[in-house]
Write a protein that binds this ligand. Structure first.
Ligand code: FES
Length: 146
């Protein structure tokens, strides 16, 4: 992916018109993560059916524009996927779907990935369903660069 220095049209679209903002009352999994770098916080709600397919995804964030745009895109990408496939919705996948992010904003996209993982972890704990490659979420995202 070539380096981008400003926000793509897709980022601006998802920032000004974010999809899936809100909460799910009967979520199958809820995950909250914080970014230690900037103090921003994100909560992700997933509804997962008996076949292990994500049927709904919502998010709330106290975060910057890039965090809003990446969470919006991430919720769009996880919907309709199995919980195992949802593991492939990495920050890189989200950034590609948004046509890139400026390098200084890459850490923001980690918030979305980590929030999905935290929600999947919560689901896995409650349902006993194992998800390959899923690790217990960290409370604060520090300098993890994937
Ligand atoms: Fe905090 Fe972007 S600056 S998530």
């Amino acid at each position: 992916m070539s380096q981008v220095t400003e926000y793509s049209e897709k980022v601006m679209d998802h920032f000004t018109n974010p999809r899936n903002v809100g909460e799910l009352e009967d979520a199958s999994g809820v995950g909250t993560v914080g970014n230690a770098k900037c103090g921003d916080i994100m909560r992700m709600y997933l509804a997962i059916d008996e076949d292990g397919v994500v049927t709904e995804a919502k998010f709330k964030t106290f975060g910057c524009g890039a965090a809003v745009a990446t969470s919006s895109m991430a919720t769009e990408l996880v919907k309709g996927k199995t919980v195992q496939e949802a593991m492939n919705v990495t920050n890189k996948a989200v950034m590609e779907a948004l046509d890139g992010l400026p390098p200084v904003k890459v850490h923001c996209s980690l918030l979305a990935e980590e929030a999905i993982h935290a929600a999947l972890w919560d689901y896995s704990q409650k349902s006993g369903v194992q998800i390959q490659g899923l690790k217990e979420p960290v409370a604060d995202i520090d300098e993890i660069e994937h």
